[in-house]
Design a protein around this ligand. Structure first.
Ligand code: ZN
Ligand code: ZN
Length: 257
């Protein structure tokens, strides 16, 4: 498998870092992990079109992570070259009265955009998850709820050869992310803020490193950097607590798993 970071930033516009989106290319599948603003064009740079992607997995429904969902479906309706294969979209269920699950969110999008996001040449399959197991082609997907938004879930994806990658989206430190990431070949974690500037619901370099260390991951890739991170020794602060390899994501970085 190969992971391609499409956006290593946040909702803050940046010429260096696009909004959160990552592409997982497996032998027979292309899976999009979140789709922040600008994702469709970045996908093209990675050689994957709106017709190719098999599934989109959402960590949660904050705008920086799903802004390009409507543009993706709209593109699939391009009359000259429409998408024909079905699209699977997975998101988290609502776990508190204050939030909304992915299905409810998608129904609202449908209500607002009407026929402009109503597919005619393919079908959209929506699946809501909490602590679940799912198969996408020959990939095995495990999900657990995480600590950020009421619908937040993390994804563990295993290839038939047993290689594993874990994607958390946004999260705070919690036991579930350690469990989900247990022994993973690669853990892709957010690192929103530098050391000493912790914000609730997000991670700092030492907390990200602590998760990877406790989970016994082989490699840790940090992403979702707000601008202050680029003026701080993120790698050093993370390596103080994690013995494995630490990579700092950049847009279009490719990582073999
Ligand atoms: Zn968020
Ligand atoms: Zn975010």
């Amino acid at each position: 498998m190969e992971l391609i970071i499409l956006g290593s930033g946040t909702g803050v516009p940046s010429l260096r870092r696009g909004s959160p989106a990552t592409l997982l290319k497996a032998e027979n599948q292309s899976i999009l992990l979140d789709s922040g603003s600008g994702t469709l064009q970045k996908m093209l740079q990675a050689g994957v079109t709106y017709k190719d992607v098999d599934a989109v997995l959402y960590s949660h429904i904050h705008p920086d992570h799903c802004a390009d969902l409507v543009p993706l479906i709209f593109a699939c309706k391009y009359q000259e070259d429409p998408r024909t294969k079905d699209l699977l979209i997975i998101g988290g269920s609502r776990r508190s009265p204050y939030g909304q699950g992915f299905r409810g969110y998608f129904e609202e999008l449908r209500r607002v955009h009407g026929s402009w996001i109503e597919p005619e040449t393919f079908r959209i399959h929506i699946r809501e998850v909490v602590a679940d197991e799912a198969a996408i082609g020959d990939l095995q997907v495990t999900t657990l709820p995480l600590e950020h938004a009421p619908e937040s879930v993390g994804y563990r994806i295993a290839s038939p050869q047993g290689r594993t990658v874990v994607y958390a989206g946004d999260t705070d430190y919690c036991p579930n992310i350690v469990e989900l990431a247990r022994g993973a070949d690669l853990l892709l974690l957010e690192c929103s803020f530098p050391e000493g500037r912790k914000v609730q619901g997000h991670l700092t370099p030492s907390l990200s490193g602590r998760i990877a260390q406790e989970a016994g991951c082989k490699r840790l890739v940090l992403t979702h950097f707000y601008p202050p991170c680029d003026r701080s020794d993120i790698r050093g602060d993370c390596q103080n607590v994690f013995d494995g390899e630490v990579l700092l994501a950049e847009d279009m970085m490719r990582i073999a798993i």
